[in-house]
Design a protein around this ligand. Structure first.
Ligand SMILES: O=C(O)CCC(=O)C(=O)O
Ligand SMILES: [Fe+2]
Length: 356
């Protein structure tokens, strides 16, 4: 799925790679002033917010795009010549977006769900609470000390990582420490339901897991409807949550580890605006670029499942991110400000899959 082996020379030459280079973030080299994003030519990027507004005014769509006829409660758009790809602009209300941002930062990274931090620290419980309380994850030298249930249970004889307040430890007692706020910044993915094993690039059904939360399951079933055949229901079994901060990208890839490609991947965008590339079945095919905003939903089913896609860019500068109205919802009570602070410069993508 991600980072499949490529010959560097070939990679540079493909149309997909060219588009990635065109849209990725470049910063000015200036040492004196704050580094700024170099301006990107975004004139070829489809903007479904504008397409929706114009459709609501005139009933018309731009060349190459049509409104998909279905009984979904919001307009769904498709590209001519790209079957199986559906774009639902503004599918989630601001309230729903807030809810899923909270869940993505609090509940989704909780064990037995795994995150990119597992490999280094073992399972970490209550990361977001630790951020709110200004804690650090510290590696204790003396592992005989009884500190109660450890956030890491993987290896009792080796080091133990526990959250502590700065005032609770002296540098001599510990080997290493990392601020919880930094761990949250470095959170890159979490997996829900059946656990995806990145090293084997497959689902490992033997790994302990919880079912996808019921509310997410219900939402995904509803959102999947435009891409489902009559009388068939989407069965969410796994989800990957991607967390992006400034400069992060998701390289062109296929999601091909699910058994039935007629079933869609339901992909929800939250937070900062991004550019999404939808390519063809080969990396040599020119991709279409489109903005993804908070609340947008994309479905990829059937032939679209065979198409390379990726995120070359997220916009974290205030003037481009289009996230301030979402962030302003997290004002009260006081502890909600951590969500606002996070989402102002981050993007979260929840993509839900039927595995079998
Ligand atoms: O972040 C996105 O919108 C796309 C994510 C994606 O393609 C994936 O996780 O497979
Ligand atoms: Fe994907």
């Amino acid at each position: 799925m991600y980072g499949a082996a490529q010959v560097p020379g070939d990679l540079e030459r493909t149309a997909f790679r060219k588009a990635e280079k065109k849209y990725k973030l470049y910063k000015t080299a200036s040492k004196k002033s704050r580094k700024k994003a170099v301006e990107t030519d975004l004139s070829d990027v489809y903007d479904f917010k504008l397409i929706l507004e114009s459709f609501e005014r005139s009933g018309e769509t731009p060349p190459g795009i049509f409104k998909f006829e279905c009984d979904f409660c919001r307009p769904v758009f498709c590209f001519e010549g790209r079957p199986g790809f559906y774009f639902i602009p503004g599918a989630l209300s601001t309230e729903e977006q807030c809810h899923w941002v909270r869940e993505s930062l609090t509940r989704f990274p909780q064990p037995p769900n795994r995150t990119n931090h597992n490999a280094i620290y073992g399972p970490i419980y209550n990361l977001f609470t630790a951020v709110q309380n200004g804690k650090s994850l510290v590696e204790l030298k003396n592992t005989h000390e009884d500190t109660g249930p450890s956030p890491t249970s993987s290896n009792q004889d080796a080091s133990r990582w526990v959250f502590k307040e700065k005032s609770d430890f002296s540098e001599g007692d510990i080997c290493n420490s990392i601020a919880a706020s930094l761990l949250l910044r470095k959170l890159r993915w979490s997996t829900l339901g059946l656990q995806f094993d990145w090293s084997k690039r497959n689902y490992d059904v033997r790994l302990p897991h919880n079912k996808i939360p019921d509310t997410l399951c219900q939402l995904a079933k509803k959102l999947a409807r435009p891409a489902m055949s009559e009388g068939v229901q989407f069965q969410p079994e796994a989800a990957i949550v991607n967390y992006f901060s400034s400069g992060d990208m998701l390289g062109g890839h296929l999601d091909d580890m699910e058994a039935d490609w007629s079933k869609p991947i339901v992909s929800i965008s939250l937070g900062c605006k991004a550019v999404f590339l939808l390519g063809g079945k080969a990396r040599e095919d020119s991709p279409a670029a489109m903005f993804l905003r908070s609340g947008d939903v994309v479905l990829m089913a059937g032939q679209a499942r065979e198409c390379f896609h990726g995120i070359p860019r997220i916009f974290t500068e205030e003037e481009d991110a289009e996230v301030s109205s979402l962030a302003s919802q997290f004002q009260k009570p006081e502890d909600q400000l951590f969500f606002a602070e996070y989402i102002r410069t981050s993007r979260i993508n929840i993509n839900i899959r039927q595995v079998h």
